[in-house]
Structures are given as structure tokens and as C-alpha cells.
Design a protein around this ligand. Structure first.
Ligand SMILES: O=C[C@H](O)[C@H](O)[C@H](O)COP(=O)(O)O
Length: 220
């Protein structure tokens, strides 16, 4: 079974967590794209979606799913999103697609975070995938110097602008033994909008697809 099929399986499995007549939080990325396609099959049973990116908004609307502004609701029972890396504790690195900030905001509002991923995303220790940090454009160099002091190698994702009009620094060569601490340290750098560590608010449920099926994991 190839990666595409595994992503589809994980995405399909997330449908069982969708509560009827509620607003669904929708993440961003290739795995979520399959989830959006699957969600379209039950679009008459949901009250709409809150979207974490312009790309997801476009795909949702193409399927005829109403996209609701986050400022217009406080009630998101379930948020479904992918991950670049996820641990057994359901802490994650996200933001490979640059949507980390809106993803983190919706995840904060949502009651439950359901992460959908193929087994290649499972890791023992976070950090092999470069950790994305969204920064204000004028603070890019300053933030990069501060990140070096924390022990990482920041690389500017040149040519990429987030949906919020900001830049991304990807931090290479990290071995993240204390994800919550690093998440906080990065947030404390002035000019950082947010970082892609989802440690304080990790996933509640992970649906991990492998050749033997979709494994359902719950946070400790
Ligand atoms: O900004 C992108 C998101 O955090 C995605 O959830 C993450 O990059 C995983 O994407 P994919 O499902 O394409 O591997």
C-alpha cells in the first residue's frame, strides 16, 4: 500500500469522530485534502467548517461545504489535521505547509484534536523534520540569531509567505527532548508569531494508518 492510500485510510477513519450538525475544524496538507474529500460525502450532516488555510478553504468550498469564520463560533467539537511528526505522547511538529499559526489557533478552540497520519510520521523524538517558526518579516534576522542561541540551525524558507503575510524559518538539526520547554522558549522570542511544536496542546486522538489498518491512539 502506498503513502497516498495510507493517508486516505487515516482521513476516512476520522469521519467517525464528526458529530452531526456541528462545525468541523479542518487542518491543512495532503492528508487533510483526503479528509476534506471524505467530509464532502457527509456535508449535509454538518453545520460547516472552520478552515486553517486559504488552500483548505478553497477545497472545502469546491465541495460545497460552507466555511465559517472562527470569530463567528466558539464551538468546534472536533479539529482534524495532519502532522509532519508525531510521538507516542501525541506531541507533534506541524507547519511543513506553512499553516501552523491558524492550525494552532483552531486547535486551541477545538474540544478534541484528531490527528490523521500515515505511519511514516511516527517518531520517538521530535526534530528530524525541520521545525517551522512563523516570524514577522522585519524580525527575521533577529529571530534567527536568537534561535541559534537555543541550539538550532534556522533556514529561511525563501520565497514563501504565509496566509498571514509572514515568513517561515525552518529549524534544522534539533533533537527535541523537552518539547514543551522549547515551544515556550520559541514563543518568548519577540517577533515570533508561533512555532510548529504542538506539545502543550497535542492531539487527543491519533489515527495512524499502516498496511495492517488504522491504529487508534489516545493521549496519555
Ligand atoms: O502546515 C501544514 C500542516 O501542519 C500539515 O498538517 C503538515 O505539514 C502535514 O502535512 P501532510 O499531510 O501533507 O504531510
Amino acid at each position: 500500500m502506498d503513502a497516498k492510500q495510507l493517508k486516505q485510510q487515516a482521513a476516512q477513519a476520522a469521519l467517525e469522530f464528526i458529530e452531526p450538525n456541528t462545525i468541523v475544524g479542518v487542518g491543512t496538507g495532503s492528508t487533510v485534502n483526503y479528509f476534506i474529500d471524505a467530509l464532502a460525502t457527509m456535508k449535509d450532516d454538518i453545520a460547516g467548517a472552520v478552515s486553517s488555510s486559504e488552500a483548505s478553504t478553497q477545497r472545502l468550498q469546491e465541495h460545497g461545504i460552507e466555511v465559517i469564520e472562527l470569530n463567528h463560533t466558539a464551538d468546534i467539537p472536533v479539529y482534524v489535521d495532519g502532522a509532519d511528526e508525531i510521538t507516542a505522547h501525541l506531541q507533534m511538529i506541524k507547519g511543513g505547509g506553512g499553516a501552523l499559526t491558524r492550525e494552532k489557533v483552531i486547535a486551541a478552540v477545538a474540544k478534541r484534536f484528531v490527528c490523521i497520519a500515515d505511519e511514516s510520521k511516527l517518531v520517538d523524538v521530535l526534530g528530524r523534520f525541520p521545525l517551522p517558526v512563523e516570524v514577522l518579516p522585519m524580525a527575521r534576522s533577529y529571530v534567527a540569531r536568537e534561535i541559534v542561541k537555543l541550539g538550532g540551525d534556522p533556514v529561511w524558507r525563501e520565497g514563501f509567505v504565509t496566509d498571514n503575510g509572514n515568513l517561515i524559518l525552518d529549524i534544522h538539526n534539533l533533537t527535541i527532548l523537552e518539547p514543551m520547554k522549547l515551544e515556550q522558549q520559541l514563543n518568548n522570542i519577540v517577533g515570533v508569531v508561533t512555532n510548529g511544536l504542538f506539545a502543550q496542546r497535542g492531539a487527543d486522538i491519533a489515527l495512524i494508518a499502516s498496511a495492517s489498518g488504522v491504529d487508534q491512539r489516545h493521549a496519555d
